[in-house]
Design a protein around this ligand. Structure first.
Ligand code: ADP
Length: 483
């Protein structure tokens, strides 16, 4: 991997703790494999609670001086960090593809997306305004200031090795907080490369820490039990989110949670079908179906069902599965064997209950899977209730608008939703009725740093991105002055 980088120093396998590049105290390392080829590409420092506690302490110390600097000053360092990420987009993309598997153009897209949060929140630092409130008594003057919440512990998954961390560290650091991030052990290299560039950009020693570790639950406990941590931010499954929320209760720790989704994608019979197919392809097959906003259930109105299924299958057959570093590949491997089994299980369950495979349906050697379209799906099948997190497009048939809304909302999740329609009355009714934090109307792509990303119901707490995203890292302080 080092050989194909313009700047080999971005390939870092040590942890970044208190502004130093270090190994684990006991010298432990873990292997990182390339999911497309199955070969080990790195041995990364495997930290434990002691080293993480050290990082937390350093972050607590560093943030005092950092928060005292002017917002403009903080913004300038972040702008530099953004510039460095963009200058090194190629190398960062290659590292990302090698450890995670997504095709290089997508990986580079993720770097730009991740960097955009660093740029955005650097700018937003300047707008952390307070308020004055007319006093409730003649001698009282009331003001409200917004201050950094404190050291942030972050736990992130493997599906966006750069952007998931960027979405958390950028608002934290802009607000003046110290940051300790534990990347998923499948994908620590992108996180460490970000730290290399953060150091170069001039982030003060100790403010930003990356603590790779295979001991996920130990690190989660350290974050929940260490009194210097004031905020836990997590992206991952709803189940792990629940565990962390329970653990966080002892310290009454503030938590932001970006949890699972089960996104509906509804195609009404007045939709532009070609546009709907394009949107479904983007929403379903991006990252090989491994995003929490991927369409998981595709509902198609009866009158256009067959036509849509046909067009979607044709588009799916054009996808090219392979190693993400090979030119022309649109679809990489799945992350591991368990992911392959889950897709297989969902297809098997559907077929056993009467569904038909239109295209694809089988695993390919290694961790690859044929992009798949299945028709005849019903609400009682596994795919209706669980996130597949893979390249399976299941098509449900519905008759009326009310039915589509009821099906779409029949889940504990509430992250992203999508629908295609033309009638303005219908568009208004449906966008208001969907119980989701995000609604894409006539589009399959909704992610941007300028909008608030987050879920309702059991999909999470808090929002990332936009002017709202920094709120999760600030506390209000109300000051009552008697004159
Ligand atoms: P995914 O299906 O994306 O792997 P998980 O919720 O299992 O979803 O994992 C998301 C992140 O949370 C990963 O980095 C994982 O290592 C970490 N994790 C899993 N279980 C725990 C736990 N009990 N405490 C802290 N982190 C955990």
């Amino acid at each position: 991997l080092k050989m194909i980088l313009k700047d080999p120093s971005l390939f870092e396998t040590r942890a970044y703790v208190a502004g130093e590049w270090v190994g684990a105290d006991d010298g432990a390392t873990f292997a990182v494999t390339n999911p497309a080829r199955g070969d080990v590409i790195a041995h990364v420092a495997d930290l434990g609670r002691t080293e993480v506690a050290r990082a937390i302490k350093a972050a607590d110390q560093a943030m005092k001086l950092w928060a005292a600097r002017t917002a403009k000053d903080r913004a300038q360092v972040m702008r530099k960090w953004y510039d460095l990420m963009m200058e090194n987009q190629d190398d960062l993309g290659k590292i990302l593809t090698a450890e995670m598997g997504k095709p290089l153009p997508e990986a580079k897209g993720e770097i730009a997306y991740g960097a955009s949060f660093v740029e955005w929140f650097g700018e937003e630092a300047k707008r952390i305004y307070g308020e004055t409130i007319p006093g409730h008594m003649p001698d009282k003057r009331l003001t409200v200031i917004r201050q950094p919440i404190g050291v942030v512990g972050s736990i992130t998954p493997w599906n966006f090795p750069n952007a998931m961390i960027a979405r958390k560290c950028a608002p934290a650091i802009a607000a003046g907080c110290g940051f300790v991030g534990r990347p998923a052990s499948e994908t620590p290299l992108s996180a460490l490369a970000m730290a290399v560039l953060g150091e170069r950009a001039g982030l003060p020693k100790g403010l930003f820490n990356i603590v790779p570790s295979t001991k996920a639950s130990d690190i989660g406990k350290e974050f929940c039990e260490n009194p210097l941590i004031r905020k836990l931010t997590f992206t991952g499954s709803t189940n792990t989110g629940r565990i962390l929320l329970r653990q966080a209760a002892d310290q009454v720790l503030k938590c932001s949670m970006e949890l699972g989704g089960n996104a509906p994608f509804i195609v009404f019979d007045d939709a532009d079908l070609d546009a709907a197919v394009e949107g479904a392809m983007a929403s379903k097959f991006r990252n090989n179906g491994q995003t929490c906003v991927c369409a998981n259930r595709i509902y198609v109105q009866a009158r256009v069902y067959d036509a849509f299924a046909d067009k979607l299958a044709k588009a799916v057959e054009k996808l090219k599965v392979g190693d993400g570093l090979t030119e022309g590949v649109t679809t990489g491997p799945l992350i591991n064997e368990k992911a392959v089994e889950k897709v297989q299980d969902h297809i098997r369950d559907a077929v056993d209950n009467g569904a038909q495979v239109v295209t694809g349906g089988k695993p390919i050697e290694g961790l690859f899977f044929e992009p798949t379209v299945v028709t005849g799906i019903t609400q009682t099948m596994k795919v209706a209730n669980e996130e597949t997190f893979g390249p399976l497009a299941p098509l449900f048939k519905f008759d009326t608008e009310d039915e589509a809304i009821a099906y779409a909302n029949a889940t504990i999740f509430g992250l992203a939703s999508y629908f295609y329609a033309r009638d303005i009355g219908r568009i208004t009714r449906v966008q208001e009725a969907l119980e989701y934090g995000i609604v894409g109307v006539n589009t399959g792509i909704i992610s941007t740093e300028v909008a608030p990303f987050g879920g309702v119901k059991q999909s999470g707490l808090g929002r990332e991105g936009s002017r709202h995203g920094i709120e999760d890292y600030l506390e209000l302080k109300y000051i009552c002055l008697s004159v």
